[in-house]
Design a protein around this ligand. Structure first.
Ligand code: GAP
Length: 516
């Protein structure tokens, strides 16, 4: 029976809600022509304006690795500053550290990453290509939906979820065979068994590969915090409850790289481990769940763009966990996780290192291993979220002319360039006057000077990179030291005295606007 797409989706949506499965993923895959288009435009915009480049592009790129360009690194630094200020500077009981990427190999034994940090993979013997078994099955579900085979899609979804939660690898292989899934490259069904594939990168430490120790590139920054728990607690005379925050690189050998900088092999995390008295962890878990969502919303993002997703299947170390998800053009996806990690990590490190990692609680007059609430946000995902949220293609046409612009409505605190300075023309002393004003402001703000093309074109270039204000120096400036200031979002202009510029820009980009 042929069902048209809206009917099909309504049926599937209803079933999905009944069965509490993630409809959004499939909805996006089936329906997403416009959103695909929008996402493609955002991605090409990031390249065109120097936000993000494919790594090693002149060698055809390195898969799932990206470089941040001249504006991207400014935006990324501003996102880090927002996080660091709100975590470390505004909380007397949270301090920040910067631990090394390399750690003793036993750390990853203790944390469970050597034995348990893996994805279920399957190889096709003909093409020699490797796939994530669950991704092959998900793609089949999408194909069933597209073909109107809703019952089959539904059944496969249920069977796959059951196999994944039971870590039943042979069953995943059976499902791939039962549903006659072929390798997209060779077109054959000549599959290996499904195996767990560890996601950690390893390398050798020391000059000689032979006899040297195998070390890992850290897959999360959190362990650098756990192993320094006592160092920080003692040297900083920290009293529970207290937190340790860190921003740093993490590495995962993701087999399937999807959606641009959403899933990378080298990425950055901003993590905070909050050490609490055992028994109080749920209170703090709820506190951080609430606080972290508020932090996201302070950027002015509409609340409906965010949602919580409680974990039903918990990681080995957690007794509660929730994701904060954002609605990207390709659907709701995790941006941040809040995890109640119990005393798992510190206890494991006690066992593996033979050193005590306990806190002496003077009020209780006893030692204990603290419990931990973790907040963990991916900086690159936050970066993508920020761009997707800010990006707008505006039609400005009226009866007289066709016009449009692409604008990034970035919060002024996050904007890579805070103001642009334009002399109206390249002569009559206007460039000199514009540079004089720029020299006064550039110690405090990141500015751009531009004298090329018409003022209109210069405005458009700044709109496209999210610069909150443009300042134009004209002949009147030479007479009375006033300039025109033009605002990005409203496109309104006002005449102000050049002496006021420092205050106007300061007020606009002050962190107080976000953090108060
Ligand atoms: N310490 C806990 C931890 O690492 P996670 O859920 O695996 O938890 C935390 O990762 C955050 O790191 C995610 O919410 C996501 O934003 C980011 N993240 C994880 N893997 C990533 C990847 N391959 N590429 C980009 N960001 C990633």
């Amino acid at each position: 029976m042929y069902l048209n797409r809206p009917i099909l989706l309504t049926i599937y949506l209803k079933r999905s809600i009944e069965r509490k499965i993630n409809f959004q993923y499939y909805l996006c895959k089936v329906m997403s022509k416009n959103t695909d288009e929008l996402f493609k435009n955002v991605v090409s915009h990031t390249k065109e304006y120097g936000f993000v480049f494919q790594s090693s592009e002149i060698y055809d790129g390195l898969s799932a690795v990206y470089d941040y360009g001249q504006l991207g690194s400014e935006l990324k630094n501003n996102l880090k500053t927002y996080w660091w200020k709100s975590m470390v500077q505004l909380n007397e009981n949270i301090v920040g550290i910067d631990s090394a990427i390399f750690m003793h190999p036993k750390v990853w034994k203790a944390s469970g990453h050597v034995d348990g940090f893996a994805d279920p993979m399957i190889d096709n013997k003909d093409s020699k290509k490797r796939y994530r078994a669950d991704n092959l099955l998900e793609d089949k579900i999408v194909r069933y939906i597209k073909d109107g085979k809703i019952e089959k899609a539904d059944k496969l979804q249920t069977d796959m979820e059951a196999a994944l939660s039971a870590d039943n690898l042979p069953r995943l292989k059976e499902l791939i065979e039962e549903h006659e899934i072929v390798c997209p490259v060779s077109g054959t069904r000549n599959w290996t068994e499904v195996r767990q594939f560890n996601l950690m990168f390893s390398t050798q430490m020391g000059a000689m590969a032979e006899g040297s120790d195998e070390v890992y590139l850290r897959p999360e920054t959190a362990q650098g915090i756990f192993v320094n728990f006592l160092n920080v607690q003692k040297s900083g005379r920290m009293r529970i409850p207290f937190g340790i925050a860190q921003i740093g690189k993490a590495f995962r050998n993701e087999v399937i790289a999807r959606q641009f900088i959403m899933r990378m092999r080298e990425f950055e995390q901003m993590e905070m481990q909050f050490f609490v008295k055992p028994g109080t962890e749920m209170e703090w878990y709820n506190h951080w769940k609430d606080a972290r969502l508020k932090w996201h919303l302070a950027l002015g993002t509409p609340a409906e763009k965010y949602r919580y997703h409680d974990h039903t299947k918990l990681a080995h170390y957690a007794n509660a966990a929730v994701d904060i998800e954002f609605e990207f053009p390709f659907g709701f996806k995790e941006v941040e996780g809040i995890h109640s990690r119990t005393d798992f990590d510190l206890s494991q490190h006690e066992n593996f290192s033979g050193k005590k990692l306990q806190y002496f609680d003077t009020a209780e007059n006893k030692n204990y291993v603290p419990y931990v609430i973790e907040t963990s946000i991916g900086l690159d995902r936050l970066f993508l979220l920020t761009l997707c949220n800010a990006y707008e293609e505006q039609d400005l046409s009226n009866d007289e002319k066709q016009d449009s612009r692409t604008v990034l409505h970035l919060h002024p605190c996050l904007a890579p360039v805070k103001a642009a300075i334009f002399p109206l023309t390249k002569k009559d002393g206007l460039p000199e006057k514009a540079r004089e004003i720029m020299d006064l402001l550039k110690l405090d703000f990141n500015l751009q000077y531009d004298e090329k093309d018409s003022i209109g074109k210069r405005y458009r270039r700044q709109d496209a990179i999210g610069t909150p204000v443009c300042i134009t120096v004209d002949h009147q400036t030479l007479e009375d030291n006033t300039v025109t200031i033009r605002h990005r979002d409203s496109m309104e202009q006002e005449r102000v005295h050049a002496d006021q510029l420092e205050k106007i820009i300061s007020d606009l980009v002050s962190w107080k606007n976000l953090l108060r």
